[in-house]
Design a protein around this ligand. Structure first.
Ligand SMILES: *[C@@H]1O[C@H](CO)[C@@H](O)[C@H](O)[C@H]1NC(C)=O
Ligand SMILES: *[C@@H]1O[C@H](CO)[C@@H](O)[C@H](O)[C@H]1NC(C)=O
Ligand SMILES: *[C@@H]1O[C@H](CO)[C@@H](O)[C@H](O)[C@H]1NC(C)=O
Ligand SMILES: *[C@@H]1O[C@H](CO)[C@@H](O)[C@H](O)[C@H]1NC(C)=O
Ligand SMILES: *[C@@H]1O[C@H](CO)[C@@H](O)[C@H](O)[C@H]1NC(C)=O
Ligand SMILES: *[C@@H]1O[C@H](CO)[C@@H](O)[C@H](O)[C@H]1NC(C)=O
Length: 218
Protein backbone atom coordinates (compact mmCIF):
# COMPACT_ATOMS: atom_id res chain seq x y z
CA UNK A 1 0.00 0.00 0.00
CA UNK A 2 2.81 2.39 0.91
CA UNK A 3 4.74 1.49 -2.23
CA UNK A 4 1.67 2.15 -4.32
CA UNK A 5 1.23 5.64 -2.81
CA UNK A 6 4.89 6.73 -2.97
CA UNK A 7 5.47 5.60 -6.53
CA UNK A 8 2.47 7.59 -7.75
CA UNK A 9 3.28 10.72 -5.72
CA UNK A 10 5.94 12.38 -7.98
CA UNK A 11 3.67 12.28 -11.02
CA UNK A 12 2.34 15.84 -11.73
CA UNK A 13 -1.14 14.73 -12.86
CA UNK A 14 -1.74 12.61 -9.76
CA UNK A 15 -4.97 12.92 -7.82
CA UNK A 16 -4.50 14.07 -4.21
CA UNK A 17 -2.65 11.69 -1.95
CA UNK A 18 -5.75 10.92 0.14
CA UNK A 19 -7.68 9.74 -2.93
CA UNK A 20 -5.11 7.14 -3.81
CA UNK A 21 -5.15 6.01 -0.18
CA UNK A 22 -8.92 5.50 -0.42
CA UNK A 23 -8.52 3.65 -3.71
CA UNK A 24 -5.89 1.43 -2.17
CA UNK A 25 -8.02 0.64 0.83
CA UNK A 26 -11.05 -0.23 -1.27
CA UNK A 27 -8.85 -2.45 -3.39
CA UNK A 28 -7.69 -4.04 -0.17
CA UNK A 29 -11.27 -4.58 0.86
CA UNK A 30 -12.01 -6.27 -2.45
CA UNK A 31 -9.08 -8.56 -1.81
CA UNK A 32 -10.15 -9.25 1.75
CA UNK A 33 -13.66 -10.41 1.05
CA UNK A 34 -12.89 -13.58 -0.94
CA UNK A 35 -10.13 -14.34 1.53
CA UNK A 36 -12.56 -14.17 4.42
CA UNK A 37 -15.11 -16.21 2.55
CA UNK A 38 -12.66 -18.97 1.81
CA UNK A 39 -11.32 -19.03 5.35
CA UNK A 40 -14.86 -19.42 6.68
CA UNK A 41 -15.46 -22.28 4.27
CA UNK A 42 -12.20 -23.92 5.30
CA UNK A 43 -13.02 -23.57 8.99
CA UNK A 44 -16.23 -25.45 8.35
CA UNK A 45 -14.44 -28.48 6.92
CA UNK A 46 -11.44 -29.76 8.86
CA UNK A 47 -8.94 -29.96 6.03
CA UNK A 48 -6.68 -32.76 7.21
CA UNK A 49 -9.16 -35.56 7.78
CA UNK A 50 -11.28 -34.55 4.78
CA UNK A 51 -8.24 -35.08 2.57
CA UNK A 52 -7.76 -38.64 3.83
CA UNK A 53 -11.44 -39.35 3.41
CA UNK A 54 -11.51 -37.90 -0.11
CA UNK A 55 -8.37 -39.79 -1.09
CA UNK A 56 -9.93 -43.06 0.03
CA UNK A 57 -13.17 -42.40 -1.85
CA UNK A 58 -11.16 -41.64 -4.99
CA UNK A 59 -9.20 -44.85 -4.47
CA UNK A 60 -12.35 -46.89 -3.99
CA UNK A 61 -13.88 -45.38 -7.12
CA UNK A 62 -10.76 -46.15 -9.17
CA UNK A 63 -10.99 -49.70 -7.88
CA UNK A 64 -14.63 -49.81 -8.97
CA UNK A 65 -13.75 -48.32 -12.34
CA UNK A 66 -11.21 -51.12 -12.84
CA UNK A 67 -14.10 -53.56 -12.36
CA UNK A 68 -16.30 -51.55 -14.75
CA UNK A 69 -18.54 -50.43 -11.89
CA UNK A 70 -19.96 -46.94 -11.54
CA UNK A 71 -18.37 -44.51 -9.07
CA UNK A 72 -19.98 -44.21 -5.64
CA UNK A 73 -21.14 -40.65 -5.07
CA UNK A 74 -20.59 -39.02 -1.69
CA UNK A 75 -23.50 -39.37 0.78
CA UNK A 76 -23.65 -36.80 3.59
CA UNK A 77 -25.75 -38.85 6.01
CA UNK A 78 -23.52 -41.88 5.59
CA UNK A 79 -20.54 -39.63 6.23
CA UNK A 80 -22.19 -38.33 9.40
CA UNK A 81 -22.60 -41.89 10.68
CA UNK A 82 -19.05 -42.81 9.61
CA UNK A 83 -17.73 -39.83 11.61
CA UNK A 84 -19.65 -40.88 14.72
CA UNK A 85 -18.42 -44.48 14.47
CA UNK A 86 -14.81 -43.42 13.88
CA UNK A 87 -15.15 -41.31 17.00
CA UNK A 88 -16.22 -44.42 18.98
CA UNK A 89 -13.24 -46.44 17.72
CA UNK A 90 -10.58 -43.73 17.94
CA UNK A 91 -9.09 -44.78 21.29
CA UNK A 92 -8.75 -48.46 20.40
CA UNK A 93 -5.26 -49.49 19.25
CA UNK A 94 -4.75 -51.21 15.88
CA UNK A 95 -4.24 -54.96 16.32
CA UNK A 96 -4.50 -57.94 14.02
CA UNK A 97 -8.07 -58.43 15.28
CA UNK A 98 -9.40 -54.91 14.68
CA UNK A 99 -10.69 -53.14 11.61
CA UNK A 100 -10.54 -55.03 8.33
CA UNK A 101 -8.74 -57.94 10.04
CA UNK A 102 -11.83 -58.89 12.05
CA UNK A 103 -13.62 -62.13 11.36
CA UNK A 104 -16.95 -61.08 9.79
CA UNK A 105 -19.69 -60.86 12.42
CA UNK A 106 -17.36 -60.33 15.36
CA UNK A 107 -17.15 -56.56 15.01
CA UNK A 108 -17.84 -55.01 18.42
CA UNK A 109 -21.38 -53.67 18.53
CA UNK A 110 -22.12 -50.38 20.21
CA UNK A 111 -24.90 -50.32 22.77
CA UNK A 112 -25.50 -46.71 21.77
CA UNK A 113 -25.67 -47.40 18.02
CA UNK A 114 -29.30 -46.16 17.88
CA UNK A 115 -28.09 -42.91 19.48
CA UNK A 116 -25.37 -42.54 16.84
CA UNK A 117 -28.02 -43.03 14.16
CA UNK A 118 -30.30 -40.51 15.83
CA UNK A 119 -27.51 -37.90 15.91
CA UNK A 120 -27.42 -38.18 12.11
CA UNK A 121 -31.24 -38.09 11.87
CA UNK A 122 -31.25 -41.74 10.81
CA UNK A 123 -32.84 -44.86 12.23
CA UNK A 124 -32.54 -48.62 11.80
CA UNK A 125 -35.17 -48.82 9.08
CA UNK A 126 -33.38 -46.57 6.58
CA UNK A 127 -29.87 -47.90 7.29
CA UNK A 128 -30.17 -51.68 7.77
CA UNK A 129 -29.11 -52.54 4.20
CA UNK A 130 -26.05 -50.31 4.32
CA UNK A 131 -22.56 -51.59 5.08
CA UNK A 132 -20.28 -50.29 7.84
CA UNK A 133 -16.58 -50.99 7.34
CA UNK A 134 -14.08 -49.77 9.94
CA UNK A 135 -10.32 -50.05 9.37
CA UNK A 136 -7.39 -49.23 11.63
CA UNK A 137 -4.14 -48.11 9.96
CA UNK A 138 -1.37 -46.33 11.87
CA UNK A 139 -1.30 -42.67 10.77
CA UNK A 140 -3.85 -43.55 8.08
CA UNK A 141 -1.05 -44.21 5.60
CA UNK A 142 -2.99 -43.76 2.31
CA UNK A 143 -1.76 -46.80 0.35
CA UNK A 144 -2.34 -49.13 3.34
CA UNK A 145 -5.75 -47.56 3.94
CA UNK A 146 -6.82 -48.33 0.39
CA UNK A 147 -5.60 -51.94 0.41
CA UNK A 148 -7.32 -52.49 3.78
CA UNK A 149 -10.53 -51.99 1.84
CA UNK A 150 -9.76 -53.35 -1.62
CA UNK A 151 -7.70 -56.38 -0.53
CA UNK A 152 -9.68 -57.51 2.52
CA UNK A 153 -13.08 -59.03 3.19
CA UNK A 154 -14.46 -55.55 2.41
CA UNK A 155 -13.72 -55.88 -1.31
CA UNK A 156 -16.81 -58.08 -1.59
CA UNK A 157 -18.89 -55.03 -0.60
CA UNK A 158 -16.97 -52.60 -2.77
CA UNK A 159 -17.60 -54.66 -5.90
CA UNK A 160 -21.29 -55.22 -5.06
CA UNK A 161 -23.65 -53.43 -7.46
CA UNK A 162 -26.30 -53.02 -4.77
CA UNK A 163 -24.35 -50.18 -3.14
CA UNK A 164 -24.92 -46.79 -4.70
CA UNK A 165 -23.35 -44.25 -2.33
CA UNK A 166 -20.62 -43.84 0.28
CA UNK A 167 -19.70 -41.72 3.26
CA UNK A 168 -16.29 -41.76 4.95
CA UNK A 169 -15.18 -40.53 8.37
CA UNK A 170 -11.84 -40.76 10.18
CA UNK A 171 -10.42 -40.14 13.64
CA UNK A 172 -6.81 -40.78 14.66
CA UNK A 173 -5.84 -44.20 13.20
CA UNK A 174 -9.38 -45.19 12.36
CA UNK A 175 -11.22 -44.69 9.08
CA UNK A 176 -14.77 -45.86 8.49
CA UNK A 177 -16.56 -46.35 5.18
CA UNK A 178 -20.36 -46.52 5.18
CA UNK A 179 -22.07 -47.72 1.99
CA UNK A 180 -25.66 -46.89 1.08
CA UNK A 181 -28.15 -48.47 -1.32
CA UNK A 182 -30.83 -46.91 -3.46
CA UNK A 183 -33.59 -48.85 -1.68
CA UNK A 184 -35.62 -47.34 1.16
CA UNK A 185 -33.97 -49.69 3.69
CA UNK A 186 -30.47 -48.48 2.92
CA UNK A 187 -31.01 -45.04 1.46
CA UNK A 188 -29.76 -43.16 4.55
CA UNK A 189 -32.38 -40.58 3.70
CA UNK A 190 -33.69 -39.09 6.94
CA UNK A 191 -37.39 -39.68 7.33
CA UNK A 192 -38.01 -36.24 8.81
CA UNK A 193 -36.74 -32.94 7.47
CA UNK A 194 -34.69 -32.40 10.63
CA UNK A 195 -31.39 -32.54 8.74
CA UNK A 196 -32.36 -29.96 6.15
CA UNK A 197 -33.62 -27.72 8.94
CA UNK A 198 -30.25 -27.86 10.66
CA UNK A 199 -28.35 -27.04 7.49
CA UNK A 200 -30.68 -24.12 6.79
CA UNK A 201 -30.04 -22.71 10.26
CA UNK A 202 -26.34 -23.14 9.51
CA UNK A 203 -26.61 -21.17 6.28
CA UNK A 204 -28.52 -18.35 7.96
CA UNK A 205 -25.89 -18.26 10.68
CA UNK A 206 -23.17 -17.89 8.05
CA UNK A 207 -25.02 -15.19 6.18
CA UNK A 208 -25.46 -13.19 9.39
CA UNK A 209 -21.78 -13.56 10.13
CA UNK A 210 -20.83 -12.40 6.62
CA UNK A 211 -23.15 -9.44 6.92
CA UNK A 212 -21.50 -8.38 10.19
CA UNK A 213 -18.05 -8.77 8.70
CA UNK A 214 -18.90 -6.64 5.68
CA UNK A 215 -20.44 -3.94 7.89
CA UNK A 216 -17.26 -3.87 9.98
CA UNK A 217 -15.12 -3.56 6.85
CA UNK A 218 -17.12 -0.67 5.36
C1 LIG B 1 -14.29 -53.62 -18.55
O1 LIG B 1 -14.78 -53.25 -19.81
C2 LIG B 1 -13.80 -53.34 -20.84
C3 LIG B 1 -14.41 -52.79 -22.12
O2 LIG B 1 -15.79 -52.97 -22.13
C4 LIG B 1 -13.36 -54.80 -21.00
O3 LIG B 1 -12.36 -54.90 -22.00
C5 LIG B 1 -12.79 -55.28 -19.67
O4 LIG B 1 -12.46 -56.67 -19.75
C6 LIG B 1 -13.79 -55.06 -18.54
N1 LIG B 1 -13.17 -55.39 -17.28
C7 LIG B 1 -13.77 -56.09 -16.34
C8 LIG B 1 -13.00 -56.32 -15.07
O5 LIG B 1 -14.91 -56.53 -16.45
C1 LIG C 1 -2.05 -61.60 16.15
O1 LIG C 1 -0.85 -61.15 16.71
C2 LIG C 1 -0.45 -61.92 17.82
C3 LIG C 1 0.77 -61.27 18.45
O2 LIG C 1 1.40 -60.41 17.57
C4 LIG C 1 -0.17 -63.35 17.35
O3 LIG C 1 0.23 -64.15 18.45
C5 LIG C 1 -1.44 -63.92 16.74
O4 LIG C 1 -1.19 -65.20 16.21
C6 LIG C 1 -1.96 -63.01 15.64
N1 LIG C 1 -3.25 -63.50 15.18
C7 LIG C 1 -3.56 -63.60 13.89
C8 LIG C 1 -4.92 -64.08 13.57
O5 LIG C 1 -2.78 -63.28 12.99
C1 LIG D 1 -4.24 -53.06 6.81
O1 LIG D 1 -3.53 -52.16 7.64
C2 LIG D 1 -2.62 -52.80 8.51
C3 LIG D 1 -2.08 -51.73 9.41
O2 LIG D 1 -2.98 -51.52 10.44
C4 LIG D 1 -1.53 -53.48 7.73
O3 LIG D 1 -0.64 -54.10 8.60
C5 LIG D 1 -2.18 -54.51 6.82
O4 LIG D 1 -1.21 -55.07 5.99
C6 LIG D 1 -3.25 -53.85 5.97
N1 LIG D 1 -3.98 -54.90 5.27
C7 LIG D 1 -4.15 -54.87 3.97
C8 LIG D 1 -4.93 -56.00 3.39
O5 LIG D 1 -3.71 -53.97 3.28
C1 LIG E 1 -16.17 -59.35 -5.55
O1 LIG E 1 -15.15 -59.59 -4.58
C2 LIG E 1 -15.25 -60.85 -3.96
C3 LIG E 1 -14.21 -60.90 -2.87
O2 LIG E 1 -12.99 -60.35 -3.29
C4 LIG E 1 -15.05 -61.95 -5.00
O3 LIG E 1 -15.17 -63.21 -4.39
C5 LIG E 1 -16.14 -61.79 -6.06
O4 LIG E 1 -15.93 -62.70 -7.10
C6 LIG E 1 -16.11 -60.38 -6.64
N1 LIG E 1 -17.26 -60.20 -7.53
C7 LIG E 1 -17.19 -59.54 -8.65
C8 LIG E 1 -18.46 -59.39 -9.41
O5 LIG E 1 -16.14 -59.02 -9.04
C1 LIG F 1 -30.86 -48.85 -8.01
O1 LIG F 1 -29.59 -49.37 -8.36
C2 LIG F 1 -29.66 -50.45 -9.27
C3 LIG F 1 -28.28 -51.00 -9.43
O2 LIG F 1 -27.31 -49.99 -9.43
C4 LIG F 1 -30.27 -49.93 -10.57
O3 LIG F 1 -30.35 -51.00 -11.49
C5 LIG F 1 -31.65 -49.38 -10.30
O4 LIG F 1 -32.18 -48.81 -11.48
C6 LIG F 1 -31.57 -48.31 -9.23
N1 LIG F 1 -32.92 -47.91 -8.88
C7 LIG F 1 -33.25 -46.66 -8.68
C8 LIG F 1 -34.66 -46.40 -8.27
O5 LIG F 1 -32.44 -45.73 -8.79
C1 LIG G 1 -37.75 -44.60 11.40
O1 LIG G 1 -38.36 -43.35 11.06
C2 LIG G 1 -39.61 -43.50 10.40
C3 LIG G 1 -40.11 -42.11 10.05
O2 LIG G 1 -39.90 -41.22 11.10
C4 LIG G 1 -40.60 -44.21 11.28
O3 LIG G 1 -41.82 -44.40 10.58
C5 LIG G 1 -40.02 -45.56 11.65
O4 LIG G 1 -40.90 -46.22 12.54
C6 LIG G 1 -38.67 -45.41 12.30
N1 LIG G 1 -38.11 -46.73 12.53
C7 LIG G 1 -37.58 -47.09 13.68
C8 LIG G 1 -37.05 -48.48 13.74
O5 LIG G 1 -37.51 -46.34 14.63
Amino acid sequence: MLDFATCLKPHPLQPPFSTSMVMASSALRLLFFPLLLSSILLLNHPVKSDNEDDTLLQGINSYRASLNLTALPHNDNAECLADKIADKFKNQPCTNTTGSNTVPGTEPGFSDYPDLLAKCHLNVSNTQDGAIMPACVPNLEPSLVLTNFTKSQYSGNLNDTKYTGAGIGSEKNWIVVVLTTNTSTGSFVPSTNAASLVSRVDVIHHLLFLLMVSILLL
